[in-house]
Design a protein around this ligand. Structure first.
Ligand SMILES: CC(C)(COP(=O)(O)OP(=O)(O)OC[C@H]1O[C@@H](n2cnc3c(N)ncnc32)[C@H](O)[C@@H]1OP(=O)(O)O)[C@@H](O)C(=O)NCCC(=O)NCCS
Length: 135
């Protein structure tokens, strides 16, 4: 996990949910695509400890990530989610993400192939000459 955090570029945030000194979740932004044209879009990820789920830890954590991405100059967040994840679907809808489509059979995990849903949340107007995202 340390290596994953260290690999992230300085412009992308990595947040943790600290509840009474215990880290119960994390949320982070990363490059949506590596081509330069997409550098104002951040792919988002969030994970809450299994024993702490359903206690409204994910909602404020993900909102804090979106606020931070907006502050840093990203114009959109993209949540990339395995289809059929009710908690993640509810979270993305709650925070105003829009389902922009499903790509069939592009993700392999837990011994099977899965459809993947792309949830987009716009964070800013599209400027004619956008400033670079900052740390
Ligand atoms: C998705 C996840 C981050 C949500 O975190 P959480 O702290 O449990 O979420 P919250 O308690 O803040 O609830 C967020 C919303 O999800 C709903 N929800 C939570 N667990 C749910 C479940 N098991 N089934 C259906 N809805 C659920 C809540 O009711 C709430 O919706 P609402 O605001 O419309 O009432 C957490 O379940 C998780 O870590 N899952 C595994 C990793 C994952 O799937 N990450 C997302 C990949 S894109």
């Amino acid at each position: 996990m340390r290596a994953r955090i260290e690999r992230i570029t300085p412009t992308h945030p990595w947040l943790v949910a600290d509840v009474d000194g215990a880290v119960l979740g994390y949320a982070y932004g990363s490059a949506y695509r590596t081509r330069a044209a997409y550098r104002w879009v951040a792919e988002t990820g969030i994970y809450v400890a299994e024993t702490a789920r359903g206690r409204r830890i994910g909602t404020p954590l993900y909102q804090a990530l979106l606020d931070e991405l907006q502050r840093r100059g990203f114009v959109a967040a993209m949540g990339v989610m395995t289809a059929g994840n009710p908690a993640s679907t509810a979270l993305h809808k709650r925070l105003g993400f829009v389902d922009t489509g499903t790509q069939p059979g592009i993700g392999f995990k837990h011994g099977g192939w899965h459809d993947v849903v792309f949830w987009q949340k716009d964070l800013a107007e599209r400027a004619a000459e956008p400033s670079e995202p900052t740390a």
